[in-house]
Design a protein around this ligand. Structure first.
Ligand code: UD1
Length: 430
């Protein structure tokens, strides 16, 4: 397994571009299954989760052409199977997003139950309940969700817990249903809005995406078209925190500042000076040690759970004590033990981490346990004194495009050690 070697090297400086959003690309690629004609998707990020999704679409018989700029054309005119197998679904829970599109267009689908997850139990009961409310017959058999429906019917469905992929699955299913579907207590994440724009480009009729009530009027058929994926707000936020943690000064291009209001507010509390204009955000933390900030995760537009781990890293050597409360996933503090190995003073009390900032973190061998925990360890490694080696970085490759190249461009001393490479002293940014 590849590892990342990072040598704490002072402030990040410079300018990079932000990639297309992973969490927008995954539902959008699933949405191409709704379409009987070729559909073009641009600004697709180059990530392992995208490769997995393309492999899944390929299994169904979707023909995919991908150019060197990561613009792809997906042609799902005729499919050969409607089964999403366990071997792929278990590596990426978001595979559940094919359930709604396959069922609504073809009247049947079989998707493996995703199984366990490092950050919590993550059930898919709401996806299933919502589809049942639209008239689907669903059984769980041999580890698979087996769904049938002659044609789904429009329905009113109230999410008792806000679910991002749940909202997306039902929104996609409703596009071809008979009648009007109203999703209440829907997720409001920017990725939902981006999916709605993409579905609209296919001919879907959707109102209210980005609010907690989404209304979808089903149509008989969708058609080909094109869509450009929006920017990744979590990648943007991760680089902002990395700059704040290292006392850096960076500019991020091709991003959408308005997606990050809650994160930017917290960064300003740490002492960062942040300006945004158009699609650029600039953060300046030169000569400052961050002040601790309290954070509580909640659905958008509040502070995102996908930024929680990065803020634990920032608080670990900030001035003061902060509490970081996780309200979305029950087990999302796996990074705490790894940070403690680097000298962090963090106490866990249920769903809250009490982080007492220390003057210095020290580089150490650490292990990534999930995607955002990996980002947290990268930030800690950049800000620590000495050398950090992060094992199991395949988690990072699921969600951050060219992270070591981008960080090296900002002056970090970071390099990938391919599996089997013996640790060596880092001699410079690669
Ligand atoms: C999505 C994001 C993930 C982010 C998360 C929360 C994608 C591909 N992934 O994950 O990066 O961390 O939103 O912002 O977009 N729940 C149920 N029953 C369900 C579904 C969810 O109880 O059927 C619960 C979950 O256990 C969790 C909460 O709802 O406690 C939110 O989960 P959800 O929004 O569904 O997360 P994902 O869509 O899987």
């Amino acid at each position: 397994m590849d590892k990342l070697n990072i040598v704490g090297n002072g402030p990040l400086r410079g300018e990079i571009s932000i990639s297309g959003a992973k969490n927008a690309a995954l539902p959008i690629l699933a949405a191409t299954l709704l379409c009987p004609e070729p559909f073009t998707v641009s600004n697709v990020p180059h990530l392992r989760d995208i490769t997995t999704t393309l492999e899944l679409l390929g299994r169904f018989g979707t023909r995919i052409e991908l150019d060197e700029n990561m613009t792809l054309v997906a042609d799902s005119a005729s499919l050969t199977t409607l089964q999403a197998p366990y071997e792929l679904v278990r590596t990426m829970r978001a595979s559940i997003l094919v359930l709604g599109p396959l069922l609504t267009r073809f009247g049947e689908a079989e998707v493996s139950l995703p199984g366990g997850c490092a950050i919590g139990s993550r059930p898919v009961n709401l996806h299933i309940q919502g589809l049942k409310a639209m008239g689907a017959h669903i059984e769980i058999e041999d580890g698979y969700i087996k769904a049938h429906a002659k044609r789904l019917k429009g329905a009113r469905f109230l999410f008792d817990v806000i679910s991002v992929t749940g909202t997306e699955n039902l929104m996609m299913a409703a596009t071809l249903a008979d009648g009007v579907t109203v999703l209440e207590n829907a997720a409001r994440e920017p990725e939902i809005t981006d999916l709605a724009r993409c579905l609209t480009a296919m001919g879907a009729r959707i109102k209210g995406a980005g609010t907690d009530t989404i209304t979808i009027e089903g149509v008989e058929k969708l058609h080909g078209g094109s869509h450009t994926i929006t920017s990744d707000r979590i990648e943007t936020g991760t680089f902002l925190v990395a700059a704040a943690a290292t006392g850096g000064h960076i500019r991020l291009r091709r991003t959408e500042p308005s997606y990050l209001d809650a994160v930017i507010e917290k960064l300003r509390e740490t002492g960062a000076i942040i300006h945004s204009e158009g699609d650029v955000i600039e953060i300046d933390m030169r000569g400052k040690r961050p002040k601790s900030v309290n954070v509580t995760t909640a659905p958008y537009p509040a502070f995102p759970t996908d930024m929680q781990a990065q803020f634990v890293a920032l608080n670990a050597f900030a001035q003061g004590t902060a509490t970081v409360k996780e309200t979305i996933f029950e087990n999302r503090f796996m990074h705490v033990q790894e940070l403690q190995r680097m000298g962090a003073d963090i106490e866990l009390q249920g769903n809250t981490a009490i982080v007492r900032g220390v003057e210095v973190l020290h580089g150490a061998p650490v292990m990534a346990t999930d995607l955002r925990a990996s980002a947290c360890l990268v930030i800690a490694g950049l800000a620590a004194q000495g050398e950090t080696e992060i094992d199991r970085i395949y988690h990072l490759d699921r969600g951050y495009e060219c992270i070591e190249e981008k960080l090296a461009q900002l002056g970090a001393k970071i390099r990938r050690l391919p599996a089997g490479t013996r640790p060596q002293k880092c001699t410079g940014a690669s």
